[in-house]
Design a protein around this ligand. Structure first.
Ligand code: ADP
Ligand code: ZN
Ligand code: ZN
Length: 721
C-alpha cells in the first residue's frame, strides 16, 4: 500500500488460542522456529508463549509476516492435522454465523477425546443371528434369541450381557446360527426391497443430481430409508463416504439396524454414549476412510471425512438438530455448508418437513422429491378428531373420550397393541389450592412444580426446569387449606387410568422418568416390539421413527400441549407431532386407527393433520409466516439477558434494545420484555427478539455488542421460552 520497501518477511503461523475469553478471541501470529517449517500444516496444534505463560492453539494458516516483535512458537503437538482445511473453514464460518468464539467452534468440531490424545479402541468383531434355532432353554438359546431381537452386535456388547460367553459364541458360529459380519468393503445384501415407482424415481434423480441439496418428502411408511440405503450404497461403490444423520441414535434403533444389516462393519456409529476410546477409533476410521458409512447424531456432522459423497439428514424437521449451547448451530445448516464446500450431496428426509425446507423445495431453491404413498398400498390410518368440549358438555369428565375408550377396547380385544401419547411426564402438571386458587411454584423458577406419584423417590414435586425436588405439601403453602387438587394429567396419570379402565391390559410407560439410558431405551423398545405389553404410554420420545407392526391404535391424549406456547413454531410443532404420532399406526399388514383429542378441533394444524395433508398445512402456515415476518421470509435472532437482580437485567436489556433499534432502523426489534419463563434457577431473564431480512446487517450489529457472559445470542432460535 505504501511506497516504503517491504521488510524482510519470515514464515509464520496464525493461531487460534484454545481459551474462551474475549481478549483472546482473535488470531495470534508466531514465528516458526528452525526445523519446523517442513512440518507445519493448518489444523495442527502448537504450544505458544502467551503473556507471561504458555497456551495451546490451533494453526489456522501459514503466512509470511514481518518478524519485528514476533515471538516463536515452542513446538508442534500433532504429527498430522487434527482437522481438514474444509472443517477448519467450517469452524470459522460457525463462529461468525452463530456468534461464538472461534475457540468454541473449534472445540465443537474436534472431540475432546481426540484433543486429549486418547488411544483408540481396537475395532470390534460384530456378530449377527441367522436362520432359525429351536433349542431347549439354555444360555446358548438365550444368547441367540437376544441377538435376533437386538440385531448385529459387537462382541463387547454381547459379553456385557452374557459374561464369559466366548464359548457359546464359538459354538453358535460353528452351528451356523450366528455369523461374524463381513469386514469393510463387502456389503451384506440381506433385506433388500424391490423399489416401487416413486422410490425408483427418487433414487434415479439423486444418482443423477450428485451434488446439490434435496428434500425427500415422503409420508410415514413410504420407504424413505430404502432410498437412503440405495443412495449410500452407490456412494460407497464409488469409494466415497456417506454420513447418515438421525435426531437421536437411541430413538431410532431400526434405522441403525437397517444400515448395519446392509453395510455390515462398514458402518460406524457416532453418539454421546461412546467411550473416549471408541470415539477416537471412529474418528480415525473416518479420517483414514475405513469407515465408509457413519450413522450419527448431531456432532457427527463434524467428523473428518476425506471423501464425503452424501449426507442424509433423516427427520430433518426435528428440533433436536438445533444445538442449544455454544456454538448454537443447526445441523441442517452446517451439513449444507459442508456439502457445498466439499462437493457432496445432501438429502433432507421427512414426512413433515420444516417450513423453511419445504419452501426452498417448492420455490426451486433445492431439489424436491416426493413419496406420496405408503409402501405396498398400505393405507394411511383414518384419524378421528374428538372435540373434548363436546365430551365435557355431555358429561364425560374422563381423560379418555368415549370414542377413544371404545376403540381401545376393540383393539385390545383383537389382540393388537395401543399407544397413547401425551407430551407431559409426571402425574399432574400443577398443584392448585381450591380455596385460595394458588398453585405451587418452584422457589427458583417461574414455573409450577409437577407432581410425580411414583419413581425411586416416591411421591414428590419436581421442577422440570431446575430439577429441584420437594415433598408434596400436605396443606396449601399459601392458606393452609387441605383442599389441594392435582391438575393437568401427565403420562403417570394416563398409565393409572389405563390400569383402571382396562385392568387386564399390560401397560408400559416410556418417558424420561422410566427410561434414563440408551440401554434402557433399547430394552424398552425390544420388549414392546416382542409384545410384552399391550398398551404403551409415552411422551414424544416414542413418536419418531418407530416401526411397531402390531400397533392397531394410536391415541393422542391431548393435541393442545404445544399449541399455545409463545413460539412462532407452535403450530408447526403440533402438526409434526400429530402426523408423526399417527404414523405409528397401521404399519403392519392390518390397517390402523388414530384418535386425536383436542379442545381446538378447528385449528389448522389439527385439521390438516387429520387429512394427512402436509401441502394444505404448508400453505396456511406459510401465509402466517409471511404476514408476521418469520422464517423463511425473515431471519430471527433471540437475545437473552439474565442476572440475579431483576431491575438491573431489565434496565440493561432496555438500553440494549434501544441501541439496536437505533442501529437497525429497518429491522423489527421487539422488547426488551421478560422471557415467557421469566426466572430460572434464581436468575431473571429478559428477551429481545430481532426480525429482519438483512442477515448481514443484523449480524454485524449483534457482533458489535461483543460476546458477553450475561447474554445469550441465538440465531434462528428453536426454544423461545
Ligand atoms: P419411512 O422411513 O418412509 O417411514 P420406511 O423406510 O421405514 O418408511 O419403510 C417402511 C417399511 O416398508 C419398512 O419396513 C421397509 O422395510 C418397507 N419397505 C421399504 N421399501 C419397500 C418396498 N419397495 N417394498 C416393500 N416394502 C418396503
Ligand atoms: Zn390455598
Ligand atoms: Zn426450578
Amino acid at each position: 500500500m505504501s511506497d516504503a520497501p517491504a521488510p524482510d518477511r519470515v514464515l509464520a503461523v496464525n493461531v487460534a488460542i484454545d481459551r474462551t475469553v474475549e481478549e483472546l478471541d482473535r488470531v495470534f501470529t508466531y514465528r516458526v522456529p528452525a526445523g519446523w517449517s517442513a512440518t507445519i500444516k493448518p489444523g495442527m496444534r502448537v504450544r505458544v508463549p502467551l503473556g507471561r505463560g504458555r497456551a495451546t492453539g490451533l494453526i489456522i494458516a501459514t503466512a509470511l509476516a514481518d518478524p519485528v516483535g514476533l515471538k516463536f512458537f515452542d513446538e508442534v503437538l500433532d504429527p498430522e492435522p487434527l482437522i481438514s482445511q474444509a472443517v477448519l473453514e467450517l469452524a470459522q464460518w460457525m463462529a461468525d454465523r452463530y456468534h461464538c468464539y472461534l475457540s468454541q467452534a473449534l472445540r465443537a468440531v474436534i472431540p475432546s477425546a481426540v484433543r486429549r490424545g486418547v488411544t483408540p479402541q481396537r475395532e470390534e468383531e460384530v456378530y449377527a443371528a441367522t436362520g432359525r434355532r429351536q433349542g431347549r432353554p439354555s444360555r446358548r438359546q438365550e444368547l441367540w434369541e437376544w441377538l435376533t431381537v437386538r440385531g448385529p452386535s459387537p462382541r463387547k456388547a454381547i459379553l456385557e450381557v452374557f459374561p464369559g460367553a466366548q464359548d457359546a459364541i464359538r459354538a453358535l458360529q460353528r452351528e451356523g446360527t450366528i455369523k461374524r459380519m463381513v469386514p469393510a468393503g463387502q456389503a451384506v445384501a440381506s433385506g433388500r426391497h424391490i423399489l416401487n415407482a416413486d422410490q425408483g424415481a427418487a433414487v434415479a434423480a439423486l444418482e443423477d443430481g450428485q451434488k446439490g441439496i434435496w428434500l425427500l418428502e415422503g409420508v410415514t411408511g413410504s420407504g424413505k430409508t430404502e432410498v437412503y440405503l440405495r443412495r449410500v450404497a452407490s456412494a460407497v461403490a464409488k469409494a466415497q463416504q456417506a454420513l447418515v444423520m438421525v435426531p437421536e441414535i437411541a430413538l431410532t434403533p431400526q434405522t441403525v439396524a437397517r444400515f448395519r444389516e446392509r453395510f455390515g462393519t462398514m458402518v460406524a456409529l457416532w453418539h454421546s454414549g461412546l467411550s473416549a476410546g471408541d470415539r477416537v477409533a471412529v474418528w480415525e476410521g473416518v479420517r483414514r476412510g475405513t469407515s465408509r458409512v457413519v450413522v450419527g447424531a448431531r456432532s457427527a456432522v463434524f467428523l473428518p471425512f476425506a471423501r464425503l459423497g452424501v449426507i442424509v439428514l433423516d427427520e430433518e424437521h426435528e428440533a433436536s438438530y438445533k444445538q442449544e449451547e455454544h456454538p448454537r448451530y443447526h445441523t441442517r445448516e452446517v451439513a449444507i455448508w459442508r456439502a457445498r464446500r466439499e462437493g457432496a450431496q445432501v438429502i433432507l428426509g421427512s414426512a413433515t418437513p420444516s417450513l423453511e425446507t419445504a419452501w426452498r423445495a417448492r420455490t426451486g431453491r433445492i431439489g424436491w422429491l416426493t413419496l406420496p404413498q405408503r409402501v405396498e398400498q398400505r393405507r394411511l390410518p383414518p384419524i378421528d378428531v374428538v372435540d373434548m368440549r363436546e365430551e365435557l358438555r355431555s358429561g364425560n369428565r374422563d381423560i379418555f373420550s368415549r370414542r377413544l375408550q371404545e376403540l381401545t377396547t376393540r383393539t385390545l380385544a383383537e389382540g393388537r397393541q395401543v399407544i397413547f401419547f401425551l407430551n407431559r411426564r409426571g402425574f399432574a402438571s400443577f398443584v392448585l389450592c381450591r380455596d385460595c386458587g394458588q398453585a405451587v411454584h418452584c422457589p427458583s423458577c417461574a414455573v409450577t412444580m409437577t407432581y410425580h406419584q411414583t419413581g425411586s423417590t416416591g411421591a414428590r414435586l419436581e421442577c422440570h426446569y431446575c430439577f429441584r425436588v420437594m415433598p408434596p405439601p400436605p396443606v396449601c403453602p399459601h392458606c393452609a387449606s387441605r383442599r389441594i387438587r392435582y391438575f393437568g394429567a401427565g403420562t403417570e396419570r394416563i398409565s393409572e387410568e389405563v390400569a383402571r379402565l382396562w385392568p387386564a391390559a399390560r401397560v408400559m410407560r416410556a418417558d424420561r422418568d422410566t427410561i434414563t439410558t440408551r440401554q434402557g431405551y433399547t430394552e424398552f423398545y425390544e420388549r414392546f416390539s416382542a409384545g410384552s405389553a399391550d398398551v404403551l404410554v409415552g411422551t414424544q420420545m416414542i413418536a419418531k421413527g418407530m416401526d411397531f407392526p402390531r400397533v392397531g391404535l394410536v391415541g393422542v391424549v391431548s393435541a393442545d400441549t404445544a399449541l399455545h406456547l409463545p413460539d412462532f413454531r407452535s403450530g408447526e410443532r403440533t402438526f409434526q407431532l400429530l402426523v408423526q404420532a399417527s404414523g405409528r399406526a397401521g404399519r403392519g399388514d392390518e390397517p390402523g386407527h388414530v384418535v386425536i383429542q383436542t379442545y381446538n378441533p378447528d385449528h389448522y394444524a389439527v385439521v390438516h393433520a387429520k387429512a394427512h395433508d402436509f401441502g394444505g398445512f404448508y400453505e396456511q402456515e406459510l401465509q402466517y409466516r409471511r404476514d408476521l415476518g418469520y422464517p423463511p421470509f425473515e431471519d430471527v435472532w433471540l437475545l437473552e439477558l439474565h442476572g440475579p437482580q431483576e431491575a438491573e437485567v431489565a434496565a440493561a436489556a432496555g438500553v440494549l434494545a434501544d441501541n439496536l433499534r437505533k442501529r437497525l432502523p429497518d429491522a423489527r426489534v421487539l422488547g426488551a420484555a421478560p422471557a415467557p419463563i421469566s426466572r430460572v434457577r434464581d436468575r431473571f431473564r429478559y428477551h429481545i427478539l430481532i426480525r429482519s431480512r438483512d442477515r448481514q446487517g443484523v449480524s454485524a450489529a449483534v457482533r458489535a455488542l461483543g460476546p458477553d457472559d450475561g447474554m445469550r445470542i441465538t440465531v434462528d432460535p428453536y426454544n423461545m421460552l
